[in-house]
Design a protein around this ligand. Structure first.
Ligand code: ATP
Length: 229
Protein backbone atom coordinates (compact mmCIF):
# COMPACT_ATOMS: atom_id res chain seq x y z
CA UNK A 1 0.00 0.00 0.00
CA UNK A 2 1.07 3.58 -0.55
CA UNK A 3 2.04 5.84 2.31
CA UNK A 4 -0.03 9.03 2.35
CA UNK A 5 1.29 11.68 4.73
CA UNK A 6 -0.14 15.02 5.76
CA UNK A 7 2.23 17.20 7.74
CA UNK A 8 0.57 20.19 9.48
CA UNK A 9 -1.76 20.75 6.54
CA UNK A 10 -4.07 23.73 6.57
CA UNK A 11 -6.51 24.67 3.80
CA UNK A 12 -7.85 28.19 4.12
CA UNK A 13 -10.49 29.46 1.74
CA UNK A 14 -11.71 32.96 1.06
CA UNK A 15 -15.48 33.23 1.08
CA UNK A 16 -17.92 36.15 0.96
CA UNK A 17 -18.22 35.83 4.77
CA UNK A 18 -14.46 35.94 5.30
CA UNK A 19 -11.77 33.31 5.63
CA UNK A 20 -12.82 29.72 6.19
CA UNK A 21 -10.62 27.01 7.66
CA UNK A 22 -11.57 23.97 5.58
CA UNK A 23 -8.77 21.93 7.18
CA UNK A 24 -6.87 22.93 10.29
CA UNK A 25 -3.21 21.93 10.89
CA UNK A 26 -3.82 18.26 10.22
CA UNK A 27 -1.19 15.55 10.69
CA UNK A 28 -1.97 12.11 9.29
CA UNK A 29 -0.23 8.99 8.04
CA UNK A 30 -2.44 6.66 6.00
CA UNK A 31 -1.12 3.22 5.06
CA UNK A 32 -4.14 0.93 5.43
CA UNK A 33 -5.77 -0.66 2.40
CA UNK A 34 -9.25 0.76 2.99
CA UNK A 35 -9.79 4.05 4.77
CA UNK A 36 -13.14 5.84 5.14
CA UNK A 37 -13.63 9.57 5.65
CA UNK A 38 -16.93 10.26 7.36
CA UNK A 39 -18.59 13.26 8.99
CA UNK A 40 -21.25 15.93 8.53
CA UNK A 41 -21.78 18.06 5.42
CA UNK A 42 -19.18 20.76 4.99
CA UNK A 43 -16.81 19.15 7.51
CA UNK A 44 -13.81 19.02 5.17
CA UNK A 45 -13.88 15.39 3.96
CA UNK A 46 -13.70 16.24 0.25
CA UNK A 47 -11.05 18.85 0.96
CA UNK A 48 -8.91 16.23 2.69
CA UNK A 49 -9.50 13.68 -0.08
CA UNK A 50 -8.71 16.17 -2.85
CA UNK A 51 -5.41 17.17 -1.27
CA UNK A 52 -4.10 13.66 -1.93
CA UNK A 53 -4.01 14.09 -5.72
CA UNK A 54 -3.59 17.85 -5.83
CA UNK A 55 -7.15 18.82 -6.77
CA UNK A 56 -6.96 21.02 -3.68
CA UNK A 57 -3.73 22.76 -2.71
CA UNK A 58 -2.65 23.13 0.90
CA UNK A 59 -2.38 26.72 2.11
CA UNK A 60 0.41 25.51 4.39
CA UNK A 61 1.95 22.18 5.29
CA UNK A 62 2.94 19.27 3.05
CA UNK A 63 1.10 16.33 1.49
CA UNK A 64 3.20 13.37 0.34
CA UNK A 65 2.39 10.11 -1.40
CA UNK A 66 5.20 7.58 -1.07
CA UNK A 67 7.53 10.47 -0.38
CA UNK A 68 6.44 12.48 -3.44
CA UNK A 69 5.38 16.04 -2.63
CA UNK A 70 1.91 16.57 -4.17
CA UNK A 71 2.55 20.30 -4.66
CA UNK A 72 5.88 19.84 -6.49
CA UNK A 73 5.55 16.42 -8.10
CA UNK A 74 1.85 16.53 -8.96
CA UNK A 75 2.12 14.73 -12.31
CA UNK A 76 3.95 11.79 -10.77
CA UNK A 77 1.50 11.69 -7.87
CA UNK A 78 -1.52 11.72 -10.20
CA UNK A 79 -0.11 8.70 -12.05
CA UNK A 80 -0.30 6.82 -8.75
CA UNK A 81 -3.45 8.35 -7.30
CA UNK A 82 -6.72 8.15 -9.22
CA UNK A 83 -9.73 10.23 -8.23
CA UNK A 84 -13.38 9.48 -8.85
CA UNK A 85 -16.15 12.04 -8.46
CA UNK A 86 -19.64 11.57 -7.00
CA UNK A 87 -21.20 12.30 -10.39
CA UNK A 88 -19.61 9.92 -12.92
CA UNK A 89 -20.62 12.18 -15.82
CA UNK A 90 -18.12 14.73 -14.47
CA UNK A 91 -15.31 12.50 -15.73
CA UNK A 92 -16.78 10.68 -18.74
CA UNK A 93 -15.64 12.75 -21.69
CA UNK A 94 -15.84 10.52 -24.77
CA UNK A 95 -18.93 9.66 -26.85
CA UNK A 96 -18.97 5.96 -25.96
CA UNK A 97 -18.09 3.78 -22.98
CA UNK A 98 -15.43 1.89 -24.95
CA UNK A 99 -13.74 5.09 -26.13
CA UNK A 100 -13.67 6.44 -22.58
CA UNK A 101 -11.80 3.37 -21.33
CA UNK A 102 -9.55 3.37 -24.43
CA UNK A 103 -8.56 6.97 -23.68
CA UNK A 104 -7.19 5.83 -20.30
CA UNK A 105 -5.25 3.06 -22.05
CA UNK A 106 -3.59 5.29 -24.65
CA UNK A 107 -0.19 5.20 -22.91
CA UNK A 108 -0.11 1.50 -22.02
CA UNK A 109 -1.51 0.27 -25.39
CA UNK A 110 -0.22 2.26 -28.39
CA UNK A 111 -1.73 0.01 -31.04
CA UNK A 112 -5.41 0.98 -31.65
CA UNK A 113 -6.54 -2.64 -32.16
CA UNK A 114 -4.85 -3.84 -28.98
CA UNK A 115 -6.23 -0.83 -27.16
CA UNK A 116 -9.81 -1.65 -28.21
CA UNK A 117 -9.34 -5.25 -27.09
CA UNK A 118 -7.89 -4.17 -23.74
CA UNK A 119 -10.81 -1.75 -23.28
CA UNK A 120 -13.26 -4.58 -23.98
CA UNK A 121 -11.62 -6.66 -21.23
CA UNK A 122 -11.73 -3.77 -18.76
CA UNK A 123 -15.44 -3.25 -19.45
CA UNK A 124 -16.11 -6.95 -18.91
CA UNK A 125 -14.21 -6.88 -15.62
CA UNK A 126 -16.49 -4.11 -14.37
CA UNK A 127 -19.68 -5.89 -15.43
CA UNK A 128 -20.14 -3.72 -18.53
CA UNK A 129 -19.52 -6.34 -21.23
CA UNK A 130 -21.29 -5.49 -24.48
CA UNK A 131 -21.72 -1.80 -23.61
CA UNK A 132 -18.58 -0.55 -25.38
CA UNK A 133 -20.51 1.17 -28.15
CA UNK A 134 -23.15 2.63 -25.85
CA UNK A 135 -23.27 6.42 -25.45
CA UNK A 136 -22.30 7.35 -21.91
CA UNK A 137 -25.56 9.33 -21.78
CA UNK A 138 -27.52 6.14 -22.37
CA UNK A 139 -26.07 4.34 -19.35
CA UNK A 140 -27.99 3.95 -16.10
CA UNK A 141 -26.60 5.72 -13.02
CA UNK A 142 -25.10 2.48 -11.74
CA UNK A 143 -23.53 1.62 -15.09
CA UNK A 144 -22.13 5.15 -15.41
CA UNK A 145 -20.54 4.93 -11.95
CA UNK A 146 -19.02 1.53 -12.78
CA UNK A 147 -17.71 2.96 -16.06
CA UNK A 148 -16.20 5.99 -14.31
CA UNK A 149 -14.40 3.62 -11.92
CA UNK A 150 -13.28 1.42 -14.83
CA UNK A 151 -11.88 4.51 -16.58
CA UNK A 152 -9.81 5.72 -13.62
CA UNK A 153 -8.66 2.22 -12.65
CA UNK A 154 -7.67 1.23 -16.21
CA UNK A 155 -4.33 2.98 -15.73
CA UNK A 156 -3.63 0.71 -12.73
CA UNK A 157 -3.03 3.38 -10.08
CA UNK A 158 -1.77 2.49 -6.59
CA UNK A 159 -4.47 4.49 -4.81
CA UNK A 160 -8.10 5.29 -5.57
CA UNK A 161 -9.66 8.32 -3.90
CA UNK A 162 -13.42 8.00 -4.29
CA UNK A 163 -15.61 10.94 -3.28
CA UNK A 164 -19.08 9.68 -2.36
CA UNK A 165 -19.18 7.07 -5.15
CA UNK A 166 -22.49 5.53 -4.03
CA UNK A 167 -24.47 8.66 -3.11
CA UNK A 168 -26.38 8.91 -6.42
CA UNK A 169 -27.08 5.17 -6.69
CA UNK A 170 -30.07 3.04 -5.74
CA UNK A 171 -29.68 0.33 -3.11
CA UNK A 172 -28.69 -2.47 -5.50
CA UNK A 173 -26.16 -0.42 -7.44
CA UNK A 174 -24.76 1.13 -4.27
CA UNK A 175 -24.12 -2.37 -2.96
CA UNK A 176 -22.56 -3.45 -6.24
CA UNK A 177 -20.24 -0.45 -6.44
CA UNK A 178 -19.44 -0.70 -2.72
CA UNK A 179 -18.51 -4.39 -3.06
CA UNK A 180 -16.35 -3.61 -6.07
CA UNK A 181 -14.53 -0.80 -4.27
CA UNK A 182 -13.86 -2.85 -1.16
CA UNK A 183 -12.58 -5.74 -3.26
CA UNK A 184 -10.00 -3.69 -5.18
CA UNK A 185 -6.28 -4.42 -5.00
CA UNK A 186 -5.65 -0.69 -4.84
CA UNK A 187 -5.52 1.32 -1.65
CA UNK A 188 -8.90 3.01 -1.20
CA UNK A 189 -9.58 6.39 0.39
CA UNK A 190 -13.36 6.58 0.51
CA UNK A 191 -15.44 9.66 1.34
CA UNK A 192 -18.89 8.43 2.24
CA UNK A 193 -22.10 9.08 4.14
CA UNK A 194 -22.90 5.37 3.88
CA UNK A 195 -21.93 4.25 7.37
CA UNK A 196 -22.41 0.56 6.61
CA UNK A 197 -19.91 0.85 3.78
CA UNK A 198 -17.56 2.84 6.03
CA UNK A 199 -17.77 0.12 8.70
CA UNK A 200 -16.39 -2.39 6.19
CA UNK A 201 -13.15 -0.37 5.89
CA UNK A 202 -10.14 -1.02 8.13
CA UNK A 203 -9.79 2.51 9.41
CA UNK A 204 -12.10 5.51 9.54
CA UNK A 205 -11.50 9.19 10.16
CA UNK A 206 -14.34 11.31 11.49
CA UNK A 207 -13.92 14.84 10.17
CA UNK A 208 -15.77 17.65 11.95
CA UNK A 209 -15.23 21.38 11.39
CA UNK A 210 -11.98 20.95 9.48
CA UNK A 211 -10.39 18.66 12.08
CA UNK A 212 -10.04 14.92 12.51
CA UNK A 213 -12.30 14.42 15.52
CA UNK A 214 -11.87 10.64 15.74
CA UNK A 215 -9.49 8.19 14.12
CA UNK A 216 -9.32 4.45 14.60
CA UNK A 217 -10.92 1.18 13.62
CA UNK A 218 -13.87 1.84 11.30
CA UNK A 219 -16.35 0.09 13.59
CA UNK A 220 -15.36 2.23 16.59
CA UNK A 221 -15.28 5.54 14.72
CA UNK A 222 -18.65 4.90 13.02
CA UNK A 223 -20.12 4.00 16.41
CA UNK A 224 -18.74 7.22 17.89
CA UNK A 225 -20.17 9.27 14.99
CA UNK A 226 -23.58 7.66 15.47
CA UNK A 227 -23.46 8.53 19.18
CA UNK A 228 -22.82 12.24 18.57
CA UNK A 229 -24.88 12.78 15.39
N1 ATP B 1 -14.26 25.78 -3.88
C1 ATP B 1 -14.59 26.22 -2.67
N2 ATP B 1 -14.55 27.54 -2.36
C2 ATP B 1 -14.86 27.99 -1.12
N3 ATP B 1 -15.24 27.19 -0.12
C3 ATP B 1 -15.31 25.88 -0.37
C4 ATP B 1 -15.00 25.31 -1.65
N4 ATP B 1 -15.17 23.97 -1.59
C5 ATP B 1 -15.57 23.70 -0.33
N5 ATP B 1 -15.66 24.84 0.39
C6 ATP B 1 -16.01 24.95 1.82
O1 ATP B 1 -15.04 24.20 2.57
C7 ATP B 1 -15.68 23.53 3.65
C8 ATP B 1 -15.39 22.05 3.56
O2 ATP B 1 -16.03 21.54 2.38
P1 ATP B 1 -15.89 20.02 1.92
O3 ATP B 1 -16.50 19.93 0.56
O4 ATP B 1 -14.50 19.58 2.10
O5 ATP B 1 -16.83 19.28 2.98
P2 ATP B 1 -17.40 17.80 3.00
O6 ATP B 1 -17.15 17.28 4.38
O7 ATP B 1 -16.86 17.01 1.87
O8 ATP B 1 -18.96 18.06 2.81
P3 ATP B 1 -20.15 17.22 2.09
O9 ATP B 1 -20.40 16.02 2.96
O10 ATP B 1 -21.28 18.19 2.14
O11 ATP B 1 -19.71 16.89 0.70
C9 ATP B 1 -17.18 23.86 3.56
O12 ATP B 1 -17.47 24.92 4.45
C10 ATP B 1 -17.34 24.30 2.12
O13 ATP B 1 -18.41 25.22 2.00
Amino acid sequence: MARIELDRVTVRRETADGDLLALDETDLTLTEGRIALIGPNGAGKSTLARLVNGLVTATSGTVRVDGLDVAREGREVRRRVAFSFTDPKAQLVMPTAGEDVALSLRRSHRDPGERREAARKVLARFGLAGLGDRSVHALSGGQAQLLALAVVLATDPDVLVADEPTTLLDLGNARRVGDLLLGLDQQLLLVTHDLELATRCERALLVVGGRVAADGSAAEVVEHYRSIA
